[in-house]
Write a protein that binds this ligand. Sequence first.
Ligand SMILES: Cc1cc2nc3c(=O)[nH]c(=O)nc-3n(C[C@H](O)[C@H](O)[C@H](O)COP(=O)(O)OP(=O)(O)OC[C@H]3O[C@@H](n4cnc5c(N)ncnc54)[C@H](O)[C@@H]3O)c2cc1C
Length: 396
Amino acid sequence: MPETITLFSEKQNCCGCGACADVCPRNAITMQEDDFGFRYPAIDTEKCVSCRLCQRACFFQNKEVTNEPVKTFAAALQNDSILRRSASGGAFAALALKCIESGGIVIGAAFDKELKVKHIAISSKDKLPLLQGSKYVQSDTSEIFKKTKQLLLSGKKVLFSGTPCQVAGLYGYLGKKYDHLVTVDLICHGVPNQRMFGDYIRSLGRVKRFSFRDKSIGWGINGSAIIEKNGTDKKMILWGNESPYLYYFSHGEIYRDSCYSCKYACSHRPADITVGDFWGIEKQHPEYLKAGGFNTDRGLSCAVANTLKGLDALNNCKDIMDICNSDFAKAAAGNTQLRKPSSFSGTRMELLSIYSEYGWSAVEEHFNKNIGFRRYSSRLKSMMPKKLKTFLKRIK
Ligand SMILES: Cc1cc2nc3c(=O)[nH]c(=O)nc-3n(C[C@H](O)[C@H](O)[C@H](O)COP(=O)(O)OP(=O)(O)OC[C@H]3O[C@@H](n4cnc5c(N)ncnc54)[C@H](O)[C@@H]3O)c2cc1C
């Protein structure tokens, strides 16, 4: 009788990357939803032969990241129409374009037709919009580590992007470094799950397209949805603090357990490059915002090279992306998740219990009862003149 394998003892020890399921030679591990919709690996003991490959592939529990920031930049893609589709300053798109130009494959998170988020691989520039833009939900990575390995073994250059725990998951799965693999991790608040996101969008109507970050209303966490009603498509703006999903996401109340003790919310990042928003640029680098400099309405990236390979890849983008020197402390000053994991208030467990017992509509009721006038703050902020906004941000 093979020995029973325990993959994790407490939920906070499993980041849900799925490397254990992908690596299992017997397909004995499947990812299954808990009561709240978060996915965890479950072993079919009939199929398991206790080879322990799954445990060895778990980077999150077994390995430490030793990378230190090599160089930090503020950056923005020069091409305006590509930049508009990116959540921040398009640093990811610049790296992806360079990879595709050199015959490589880019891997990242995309919406499918049912608006589920899944990691996919692309090899042409016309597919880049699929990967652009943040999707604030845990992406499904099943099979993608296997696919990445096949591509690397065939000699293809690969740019792999994802949350830090997904990048760590890839390294755990691969078990060794490849010179022709470049990785990008996102500065990450934490991830809600797809069941909750699906319930939320269904509550909006027949959603055909969804954007978590719509730049037509500025650089911030305001989204939009294209909704079909009586045969016509209508755009609905989703102000960050008026949408219960976006509100509870940005206030840290609906992430999976492991996000609140994330090992990568610090300067030791698993990927070659870390990208995020350069929040706080007004205070940290007012000199870069002077006439002719960066335009914050279009979004701005913070890009950290964590390895020399990452630095080379960023330097290689200089002809398509404006890059200015910064330093890690300045980037981290406005971005908590470069210093520590997210925390939650007492509301999280209450919200998750309400959700699992009564469904999404009860979460909305809770939101409507408790948030009050705070909900209008995103809309009001967007109406402020830019100069006043910049002034307030600088003195904040
Ligand atoms: C769940 C989540 C939380 C985040 N929290 C923060 C934060 O606290 N602070 C901050 O500065 N930035 C955060 N970001 C990152 C930020 O929103 C942008 O994604 C990042 O700055 C890249 O922007 P870009 O303009 O370079 O490229 P974009 O074109 O916007 O790049 C999209 C990139 O994001 C990846 N991606 C999108 N959605 C997912 C997903 N669900 N799972 C894995 N990868 C995904 C794509 O693969 C691609 O690499 C978060 C992103 C996500 C997905």
